[in-house]
Design a protein around this ligand. Structure first.
Ligand SMILES: Cc1cc2nc3c(=O)[nH]c(=O)nc-3n(C[C@H](O)[C@H](O)[C@H](O)COP(=O)(O)OP(=O)(O)OC[C@H]3O[C@@H](n4cnc5c(N)ncnc54)[C@H](O)[C@@H]3O)c2cc1C
Length: 379
């Protein structure tokens, strides 16, 4: 079976590797010159989201499919971290904080936590006093409820290292990697083509650029790219990963000190014309939140934006859109932490070894519904 994978981010390299390991003859197309790198912050001119991600691996799925994906992804990250010296995952719990005045958010956190626990996720709600001794790095003033996700981690040196390590494994498995090549996909009824060349199957894992790659096919996807942001600060922080829902900011330890993020701009952006630098309002707000919670009053050494992808129901678009033509996108800001599992699932579907996940089927909507971009980190 000849398969083309378009897009060499975390999802694309995983699908390509797993397809080749499953016996397919695979070609991977990536428009960037490199597949991954070992940097702790993104290169200026690189657009792929996997290079710009925060590397937070803190899933809190609330259904069975999400729990299966999250658990499998962490297993595979850990497996790779044990075997590839360039990429590591650092097990670190994540603490979610909800304000004492935010009754609705507290109820939502309890509901989400209960649902996650039902599906085997190791997460529990606690009064702030109950975790104060465990996390002395955090000032919990004004917090009314917390949730601690025990099985969580972050990736070092950065998420690009996963891409690089997985790309090497893909090459070893026989994947023919074409970098520096910007492609488009067509479908003339006899099967999918990449730049006119016919393949038995094509997987488009082009993140926020998926609609543009598919444009010649006329296929419409309910997908909106939007900007999210991150920064690195010299603040010397070695505590848990934190999601401060009142501030709308998360932060975690980082080789240079601390990484903070979110900065969601909840509107569709043009994937070919977006601002790659961090906005002042995001930098100021994130540093304020970090100072409030940790006492660290440091500036930002670097701040950047990148593209996340929204769908009408917040679930991915993962599966076949036309005979032999598959997509994998719509991660709502959580595509990196799920990539080892979503890539695996899609490879198995393409090889005919697994049924599609109905909840993620790209054709599950009536036409292309109008919808608003919802930020992935909200409660
Ligand atoms: C600031 C920020 C922080 C984030 N933090 C996290 C986090 O902590 N945890 C998490 O799980 N997720 C996070 N995300 C989201 C995460 O980055 C994405 O969901 C994930 O990386 C998507 O991976 P992907 O492989 O689908 O897409 P991408 O990594 O975007 O890969 C798509 C690739 O397709 C290539 N491409 C595009 N067009 C073409 C073409 N025509 N021909 C060939 N190649 C093409 C691109 O160059 C790109 O490399 C964050 C995102 C940002 C921007």
């Amino acid at each position: 079976m000849r398969v083309a994978v378009v897009g060499g981010g975390a999802v694309g390299v995983t699908v390509a590797h797993d397809l080749a390991a499953g016996g397919a003859d695979v070609r991977l197309y990536e428009r960037d010159e490199e597949l991954g790198d070992d940097r702790t912050r993104p290169r200026d001119r690189i657009e792929g989201s996997s290079h710009r991600a925060a590397g937070v691996l803190a899933p809190r799925p609330t259904d069975g499919v999400g729990a299966e994906i999250a658990s499998r992804a962490l297993d595979r990250f850990e497996w790779l971290s044990d075997r590839d010296h360039r990429f590591s995952v650092h097990p670190t719990p994540q603490v979610t904080l909800v304000d004492a005045e935010a009754g609705g958010k507290q109820a939502a956190l309890r509901e989400q936590t209960d649902a996650a626990r039902e599906h085997g996720v190791d997460v529990a709600c606690h009064e702030p006093e109950a975790i104060a001794d465990r996390f002395p790095e955090l000032d919990l003033g004004g917090v009314g409820l917390t949730a601690v996700t025990e099985r969580a981690a972050y990736a070092t040196p950065g998420p690009g290292a996963y891409v690089a390590a997985m790309a090497d494994r893909a090459r070893d498995a026989g994947v023919d990697c074409w970098t520096g090549v910007e492609t488009s996909v067509s479908h003339r009824g006899d099967g999918p083509r990449v730049d006119g060349e016919r393949f038995d199957a094509v997987v488009v894992a082009a993140g926020g650029w998926t609609k543009r790659v598919l444009a010649p096919t006329g296929i419409q996807l309910p997908l909106k790219p939007y900007r999210v942001q991150a920064l690195v600060s010299g603040a010397d922080y070695d505590g848990p990963m934190v999601l401060d829902t009142e501030a709308g900011v998360y932060f975690r330890p980082h080789p240079a000190g601390l990484l903070a993020g979110d900065g969601t701009v909840p509107e569709e952006c043009d994937p070919d014309g977006w601002e790659p630098g961090g906005d002042d309002w995001f930098v100021d707000g994130a540093l304020d939140a970090v100072a409030n919670r940790t006492g660290h009053d440091a500036g930002a050494d670097a701040a950047w934006a990148g593209i996340a992808t929204a769908t009408p129901d917040g679930e991915p678009l993962l599966g076949e859109v036309e005979s032999g033509l598959h997509v994998a996108t719509g991660w709502q800001g959580h595509g990196f932490l799920r990539a080892p599992a979503t890539g695996e699932v899609l490879a198995a579907q393409v090889l005919g070894e697994r049924d599609p996940i109905e909840a993620y089927a790209p054709g599950r909507f009536e036409g292309v519904p109008e919808f608003a971009v919802e930020e992935g980190m909200s409660l």
